[in-house]
Write a protein that binds this ligand. Structure first.
Ligand code: FO1
Length: 336
């Protein structure tokens, strides 16, 4: 099925750039859809290349939950801490070098310790909860926190109202963090549903970012619980289908770099692969980036009607994140 969505051919590289130099992307408007750790890594690479006002990162809020009376937004915080250089490099979430004195005191008094909240991380949750309680939108609260922590570009929650992923498993229906952290992704997944989907709308800032984007990038995040919640919001798929869009596969060699995506594919009866990811986005994407390990799968992805790019996509450190981001942008703007 040929996809007729516009490519970026009409996009003009900066006048002083000739094709034999590295293209510069100073006037490319990019909206990136991101979930947790994988999304945050590519977002950090993009933020190092693009002018801050040209990059809008649209983040999944389906993982959000209330815990100890606090509003916790794990994907927003993972992207925020990664872009501000505060993130714990080992886990990808939370703050590097954080202490857990408060959590230990909570457990001493019989409270829950299964969700690890560091002392500095708690400052984010306390202020967010207070500002939401005062009536500020999650979009405004996120902008205040991100600006204070020095995040250069716009960090946009996909919606301002609760829209929480519920994981329907053989062991019952679990709120996302109960499944992901408390049950360590062990229960077998049958399906997903979203509390609050009936009233959820993408924020005006999200729709504006998509409307002004020359390119939409699907970061290498879980297609089921990070990217799909964003795509399923009213009007988002339509906005994306009118512009160039490129996804980076979160599945390499049949496995996820991090998290339960491959396990979810298997439990839903789908063999996990970059092709299986591309199939979930078929009809929406103009381009797809596979890791070098999956070069053999490129023709099967191309058969879905999207251009393909094969390159190393692992992003352990900042250099790799910038290299992958640059590769994705060059692929997206390359004349076809
Ligand atoms: N993930 C864990 O596996 N264990 C934790 O104790 C944990 C605590 C935590 C605290 C704050 C935060 O922003 C994220 C946290 N995460 C933890 C990660 C989080 O569950 C996942 O990153 C996302 O929900 C999925 O990407």
């Amino acid at each position: 099925m040929a996809v007729t969505a516009p490519s970026l051919e009409s996009f003009k590289l900066d006048e002083e750039t000739t094709m034999n130099e590295k293209p510069n992307f100073a006037n490319l408007n990019v909206a990136a859809l991101a979930g947790g750790v994988g999304g945050a890594r590519l977002a950090q690479g993009l933020a190092a290349i693009l002018p801050p006002e040209r990059l809008h990162i649209i983040v999944n809020t389906g993982d959000d939950f209330e815990h100890l009376g606090l509003t916790i937004c794990p994907d927003l915080d993972t992207v925020m801490y990664t872009l501000s250089g505060l993130a714990n490099p080992k886990t990808g979430w939370g703050i590097a070098g954080d202490t857990f004195t408060c959590l230990e005191a909570i457990q001493r008094r019989g409270g829950p310790g299964w969700f690890n909240l560091g002392d500095r991380d708690l400052a984010t949750h306390i202020l967010r909860t207070q500002w939401l309680h005062e009536g500020q939108r999650l979009t405004e609260v996120t902008a205040r926190l991100a600006t204070a922590l020095g995040v250069p570009c716009a960090l946009l929650p996909m919606c301002d109202t609760p829209y929480q992923t519920q994981v329907i498993t053989a062991a019952g229906t679990l709120p996302f963090q109960e499944y992901f952290v408390h049950q360590r992704c062990r229960p077998e997944v049958r399906a997903f549903r979203w509390e609050g989907a009936d009233v959820a709308q993408p924020t005006p800032e999200v729709m504006a970012a998509l409307e002004q984007a020359d390119l939409v990038i699907f970061c290498p995040s879980n297609p089921f619980v990070s990217i799909a919640p964003i795509l399923n919001l009213p009007g988002v798929k339509e906005a994306i289908s009118r512009r160039a869009s490129v996804a980076v596969s979160p599945i390499l060699g049949g496995e996820a770099v991090k998290g339960p995506a491959a396990k979810m594919f298997r439990e839903l009866g789908i063999a996990p692969s970059a092709v299986a990811v591309a199939e979930r986005y078929a009809g929406l994407l103009t381009g797809f980036v596979l890791d070098s390990v999956d070069a053999g799968l490129a023709p099967a992805v191309a058969a879905l009607g999207m251009a393909t790019c094969v390159m190393p996509t692992l992003m352990p450190g900042l250099d790799e994140r910038i290299a992958v981001a640059r590769g994705v942008l060059e692929f997206a703007v390359a004349p076809r």
